[in-house]
Write a protein that binds this ligand. Structure first.
Ligand SMILES: Cc1cc2nc3c(=O)[nH]c(=O)nc-3n(C[C@H](O)[C@H](O)[C@H](O)COP(=O)(O)OP(=O)(O)OC[C@H]3O[C@@H](n4cnc5c(N)ncnc54)[C@H](O)[C@@H]3O)c2cc1C
Length: 381
């Protein structure tokens, strides 16, 4: 059972409902996902049915309160769900995060009828979508220029530009992205992958995560009607500030799941070769203790993030520590598994690539360390 459920949730009712959700997910992971994990990794199989199934199980709806048609189980339960998936397949957990991120963004968007209908579809897994916000997040950290431009038009905005990597895309899917206006104002919007002017292009082959339908999105004068604007320029900074901690915490759950998968690999390897393995650094017990400590912090931060009260540096520190633990645990799982773990078909080999991804997807480990460093500097009086 994920550690998160061994810690008290706000009420006993929530505890029972969360446990029931995680049992459903556990069953789906064992029956549907685990047999496909190698094909997702090596044959770029996109686990569409699994993602929709997670929606049917109620994973994404945990992010919504009852008045928005959700279960109200909250971000901590969503994180436990993503982590269960991640212990079997990091790519699918990342896709579950993409979907959850879209739900979280729409949940905090300006209240508009069309957005709330789409929100229900996304939460149920009937529509799928990806967040294309790395560029905006890096832009706000002073790391790159905005890649999408918006022009005001009578129906809303016309958007043009290119995002090199957005995951969980395809025909019938949606994406959320941000664009800048000529006066410097920025907005967050929702668009259809099939909208006129949108083109999805495959990039060069990638080392892992190839089943995540990560595509380059080109937009040429794409019409985004006003009803599909999540945050207008006046609300942009406040919107990103409001959603970023929850967005980042949910992503950290992918890494926590990968670490759990590494622990499972180490345990299996120790049954075969426990005597020699005790000479290795980062034992099962050490890594399990580190994972438990990160879950404790995640469990504390999740409700604070939902309430808009989580201190951003604390969230960034947790996310960085998850990246670091992922890298240590995946290398250790490889060493524990020995030559068997060097087979391309070995889960330990796959997790090395999944763990590297956690450290290079935005917010990357280098960006996190930079932001934490700047946040820790004394502010001028
Ligand atoms: C498998 C995968 C899935 C991803 N999924 C998403 C997602 O769902 N949503 C999202 O917003 N981001 C996604 N990203 C992007 C990711 O979050 C990083 O922002 C991106 O990899 C750039 O990383 P970096 O900060 O190390 O920049 P660097 O690698 O240092 O790149 C520097 C600059 O070059 C640009 N650049 C990098 N690669 C390309 C390329 N192929 N073509 C054109 N320009 C490029 C970067 O955008 C950046 O401006 C994904 C990346 C990968 C590898």
């Amino acid at each position: 059972m994920p550690l998160i459920l061994q810690l008290p949730l706000p009420s006993a009712m929530h505890q029972a409902e969360s446990l029931a959700l995680l049992r459903r997910i556990d069953q789906r992971v064992r029956q549907q996902l685990a047999p496909q994990a190698a094909a997702i990794d090596q044959q770029a199989l996109y686990p569409q049915a699994m993602l929709r199934g997670l929606g049917e199980d109620g994973a994404y709806a945990a992010l919504l309160p009852a008045e928005q048609g959700g279960s109200g189980l909250g971000l901590a339960t969503l994180m436990a769900s993503i982590s269960e998936v991640g212990a079997a397949c990091g790519s699918t957990a990342f896709l579950a995060w993409c979907q959850s991120a879209c739900v979280y963004l729409l949940r905090h968007a300006a209240p508009r009828e069309e957005l709330s209908a789409t929100l229900s579809e996304l939460a149920a897994g009937r529509r799928l979508g990806g967040p294309g916000l790395s560029n905006a997040i890096k832009h706000l950290a002073g790391l790159e220029a905005m890649r999408l431009r918006a022009e005001l038009c009578p129906q809303g905005y016309r958007i043009s530009g290119e995002l090199p990597w957005v995951s969980n895309l395809g025909a019938g899917h949606l994406f959320v992205a941000a664009a800048s206006c000529s006066d410097g104002g920025k907005l967050v919007f929702l668009a259809d992958c099939d909208a006129p002017g949108v083109r999805l292009n495959a990039g060069p082959p990638i080392a892992g995560m190839s089943g995540t339908r990560t595509l380059c999105v080109k937009l040429d004068q794409v019409l985004v009607p006003s009803e599909r604007v999540l945050a207008e320029p006046a609300a942009f900074v406040g919107f990103i500030r409001r959603v970023r901690p929850g967005f980042v915490l949910a992503q950290a759950a992918v890494g926590l799941g990968i670490v759990q998968g590494c622990l499972d690999d180490i345990q299996a390897a120790n049954l075969r070769d426990g005597e020699q393995n005790r000479w290795l650094d980062h034992s099962y017990e050490d890594l399990a203790a580190e994972l438990a400590a990160l879950w404790r912090e995640a469990k504390t931060l999740a409700p604070l993030a939902e309430a808009g009260q989580a201190a951003p540096p604390r969230v960034l520190r947790l996310r960085a520590e998850v990246s670091e633990l992922c890298l240590r645990a995946a290398m250790s799982a490889q060493l524990h598994a020995g030559a068997a773990g060097y087979l391309l078909s070995s889960p330990a080999q796959r997790r090395l690539r999944e763990a590297s991804f956690i450290a290079i997807v935005t917010p990357t480990l280098k960006q996190l360390r930079r932001e934490i460093h700047h946040a820790e500097q004394p502010q001028p009086a």
